[in-house]
Design a protein around this ligand. Sequence first.
Ligand code: SIN
Length: 282
Amino acid sequence: MKFDIHSLGDALGAEIIGLDLSAPLTDSVFADIHQAHLDYQVLVFRDQSLNPQDQIDFSRRFGHLDQHPANDAVLPDFPDVLVLSTKRENGAYIGLPDAGPLWHSDLAYRKQTALGTTLYALEIPESGGDTRFANMYNAYDALPKALKDAVDEKRGTFLAGRNNASRAFKRTLNQAQQDAVPAVTHPIIRTHPETGRKSIFASEQHTIRIEGMSEAESAKILAAIFAHAALPEFTYTHKWRVGDLTFWDNRCVQHIADLSRIDDPAYIRHMHRTTVEGDAPF
Ligand code: SIN
């Protein structure tokens, strides 16, 4: 092993120390990172100093990069980099201030959902703005049998949160951006294409109903699944430091951002995100 790995707790997550992601990775280091990503689901690379191209180059080792439907919130000249920021220019947000107000897996609203997301911290507030991650393998394993049976083999309708009028976002998509991401269906429980393990894929931000059930039954079961998936024993809370790059596996992890201070003008949280495309869940 060419770097140190420290577990971040019982649920998921590991800190990677002693690796400079701005330098090209050898195949052997890449293989170790890949394995750590599968083993720990969330990796935190500390003390990085990355320009946008460095972040893109690292992300592309894992696959093709998605371009977010909010195509006016990407970094100028780097359409693969989504800006997550509470900063404003002329009164308007320069990026998305609120990418993850509810538990979700990235790109769950696309047919090809996300393999992984990198999020790089450029400016971090003194308090607030944590990201919580939840291990959906463990959540699935601990799902009560009645709920498992209710959703086994079931598919759900998934919709971009910013497309869903019942969700409150600070910055919404315009009509053309919404039209680019119509609703799709996915299994409520998915199987990881690399580990073969099952996990909960339905999420509060994107899953609006379970197919083949009445509206009322679907709402009741989804509410029970969402409450279960967010139980503290499945979670790790990341307190950001400038220079952290996190890289999580959206095929078995859900996440949510703490937005409690978003309306405080003194609160600045500024990050760059890339999203690696994965496959259609099965
Ligand atoms: C996201 O949901 O992609 C971003 C999470 C965060 O802002 O912490």
